[in-house]
Design a protein around this ligand. Sequence first.
Ligand SMILES: *[C@@H]1O[C@H](CO)[C@@H](O)[C@H](O)[C@H]1NC(C)=O
Ligand SMILES: *[C@@H]1O[C@H](CO)[C@@H](O)[C@H](O)[C@H]1NC(C)=O
Ligand SMILES: *[C@@H]1O[C@H](CO)[C@@H](O)[C@H](O)[C@H]1NC(C)=O
Length: 372
Amino acid sequence: MKYAAATLLAAASVAYAQQGEWQQCGGIGWTGETTCVAGTVCTAYNDSSDFSQCTPAPPSSSLPRLGGVNTAGFDFSVATDGSFTGTGVPPPPAQFTHFANEGANLFRIPWQLMTPTVGGPINETFFSIYDKTVQAALNSGPETFVIVDLHNYARWNGDIIAQGGPTNEQFASIWTQLAYKYGSNERIIFGIMNEPHDIPSVATWVDSVQFVVNAVRQAGSRNFLLLPGSSWSSAQAFPTEAGPLLVKVTDPLGGTNKLIFDVHKYLDSDNSGTHPDCTTDNVDVLQTLVSFLQANGNRQAILSETGGGNTASCETLLNNELSFVKSAFPTLAGFSVWAAGAFDTTYVLTVTPFANGTDQPLWIDAVKPNLP
Ligand SMILES: *[C@@H]1O[C@H](CO)[C@@H](O)[C@H](O)[C@H]1NC(C)=O
Ligand SMILES: *[C@@H]1O[C@H](CO)[C@@H](O)[C@H](O)[C@H]1NC(C)=O
Ligand SMILES: *[C@@H]1O[C@H](CO)[C@@H](O)[C@H](O)[C@H]1NC(C)=O
């Protein structure tokens, strides 16, 4: 067996050259080994760090292919400038089992006004109502995931986070509190901000995102986090606008498999999601996004808003789009269409089931065939 042992040693010498856990693997002036042993990843303290070390890799858990729907309602109180009135409307809980029975395993539940004062404590009365909805969604299936979506457009009463509005500490406060409440359930995904738009400095916004990632981990949460870019979380703008900066956001857990990018894309003429007819299937846009993600560390994104009217054009084009999303797994982790929940059956982009329990044509023809 001597010969075999010598062979093993030679093969293992590559591994011996790798750095062990907590050993240095990079930094300014570092000329040593830059790869880490299995189970660890080389992590820099920050961008200009003079010291990188092999830190424990995050758990290998990864998201299954996800497909489902936004159940809107709690967000009805907020305008796109982050101003608000009232507390919104809870989505009907029966929808979760309705859609889960058809294969949906993802529900995005937007909300606003979790904290009546900016940076203040969670309104426990509101939270108990919101949480009933979250639990109903989680209970609709053993593998069902829920996106807890802060639907504030990076704003509070018209002012942008860390750019004239709330501080990063105030932004992080709500997520720290939610990390304590939801940090033990990895089927709850934190959508840390819906649709930042008209942001003066995208780099400053990405710093705010990093601030929240750090705060959530500091609070002990290992949940998947959805990182939003700019231009209304545009999937199209992502590779050139926020993407190149967001890919540098680090996870204190190590690795990046729990940092998923949050993108939106509609199919109408101006990508606003306000028209009943569709003009594109977005396959070119999503292919560009997939290439970008694969070229930048093999990252993942989720299409957490998309949709169209109950029209022939949307039934065809949305089906094409969602078929592409399905084929691009795991780079594209999945989708949730906009919207059911408290929207009535006449809303322009409605997928709310009719009172007699039947589904909207768009759901039947474009969404249902592409569910996991
Ligand atoms: C980056 O990390 C180094 C330690 O490696 C530290 O000295 C430096 O202050 C940090 N810079 C920033 C901007 O946090
Ligand atoms: C707390 O939430 C409840 C339920 O949504 C609402 O009725 C109440 O006005 C909220 N309290 C404050 C101080 O906003
Ligand atoms: C259910 O209601 C919708 C809307 O009113 C109607 O178009 C559809 O035909 C009904 N389906 C059944 C099976 O009753």
